[in-house]
Design a protein around this ligand. Structure first.
Ligand code: FES
Ligand code: FES
Length: 391
């Protein structure tokens, strides 16, 4: 037991709690703010969503101890929030409340939609809401309520809401410049030297972790690709979200940030590269800890470069990983498999781009750019199409 102090709804709440106490229990059991509901406690349903530093967070998979020094806002703390004022009356008007169990989480997500997506249409609102499950199937009213608030703000902008939106944009930009996520235009330079950079992946259990196989084609001779693939800073620069902070021989310290739907983490740790020159195979062994959820990740990325004729090669990749802590809930989901498969494809595309345009002498590789939101929706869309193909 230790004393944990969190600013909740503008008031400091200090309570004795176990290190494993999650934020949802801290809010409900310790602080007696019972408006936040817990349902699945697996980070899936969204009922427990609260705002941490203004952003929606699953309180059931966030440790209370990780929130010290952060601002938490629950459904009891929205009294003077200009967006919630509008959402409250819109929810009443459009009969969006029903039994109300999911409503606190729905409101937190709705506020986020109104803040971040002023131009959202119905399809976008529905996708954004898909992380919050309403057991009364009440999405129609909730969607209509959000759309009505967006419409009213488009017709008559509100200074307070505009100020909040501007602050969000600034916040996101700060995150990105501090080594978080950076976006990119998906239509940047095409890879002209290969016909396609395709990743095909299978997955299954392996040893103590989950295994995912994939790979990509490179339009360059195997020797050249192998030389590139054993240069750690170059490889890291092609991996979306990865940053190397220091290197000593074949060992590096660094971090990798991932954001995918409700899952958001920044693992900080170290990795070592073992190479087998004769077979052109290498294993990158790494482990790290996510500072917010305190989840631990351990993984081996094994790759092999094989020649495909004189001028092409194939890079086969196998990832074996294990997650411990709150984020382990996600480690087996099909969405994560899809996410990794696309990360491999993105990585392959970046490797080809870099091989095509090598760095000048002394030039530092830039961090690979990546749009996790775009990738998340693209995966959801593919699954949606697949569902209708099957039915
Ligand atoms: S209780 Fe379901 S996401 Fe937290
Ligand atoms: S209103 Fe009842 S669960 Fe959503």
């Amino acid at each position: 037991m230790a004393e944990i102090s969190i600013q909740i709804n503008g008031r400091k709440q200090s309570h004795q709690a176990e290190a494993r106490t999650h934020l949802g229990d801290f809010i409900r059991e310790k602080s007696r703010l019972t408006g936040t509901n817990l349902s699945c406690e697996h980070g899936v349903c969204g009922a427990c969503t609260v705002l941490v530093d203004g952003r929606p967070v699953r309180s059931c998979i966030t440790f209370a101890g990780a929130c010290e020094g952060h601002e938490v806002r629950t459904v009891e703390g929205y009294d003077d929030d200009p967006i919630m004022l509008r959402l409250r009356s819109a929810f009443s008007e459009h009969h969006a409340l029903q039994c109300g169990f999911c409503t606190p989480g729905m409101l937190a997500t709705s506020r986020d939609i109104v803040l971040r997506l002023p131009e959202a249409d119905e399809a976008r609102v529905r996708i954004e809401l898909s992380g919050n499950i309403c057991r009364c199937t009440g999405y129609q009213g909730i969607t209509a309520a959000i759309l009505s608030v967006l419409q009213a703000l488009r017709e008559q902008p509100d200074d307070q809401v505009q100020a909040l939106r501007a602050a969000v944009v600034q916040h996101v930009q700060q995150d990105w410049t501090q080594g978080g996520f950076v976006t990119f235009e998906a239509d940047q330079e095409e890879v002209s030297t290969v016909e396609s950079v395709a990743a095909d992946a299978g997955s299954g259990e392996k040893g103590k972790g989950q295994a995912i196989q994939g790979g990509f084609d490179a339009g360059f001779p195997a020797a050249q690709v192998w030389a590139f693939m054993t240069d750690l800073p170059q490889v890291a620069a092609c991996l979306p979200g990865a940053v190397i902070e220091s290197q000593e021989g074949a060992s590096v310290q660094g971090k990798i940030a991932i954001k995918f739907g409700p899952m958001s983490a920044a693992f900080k740790g170290h990795a070592t590269l073992e190479r087998d020159e004769a077979h052109r195979t290498a294993v990158l062994r790494g482990e790290g800890v996510d500072s917010l959820s305190q989840s631990r990740a351990r993984g081996d990325v094994q790759y092999q470069v094989t020649a495909q004729g004189e001028t092409g090669s194939r890079v086969s990749v196998e990832l074996v990983y294990a997650l411990q802590g709150p984020l382990a809930q996600f480690s087996r989901s099909g969405l994560v498999q899809d996410f990794v498969r696309r990360m491999i494809a993105e990585f392959g595309k970046n490797v080809n781009l870099r091989l095509e345009k090598p760095l000048a002498q002394g030039e530092q590789p830039a961090v690979a750019q990546f749009n996790p939101v775009r990738m998340f929706f693209s995966i959801l869309w593919d699954r949606f199409k697949g569902f209708f193909r099957r039915s």
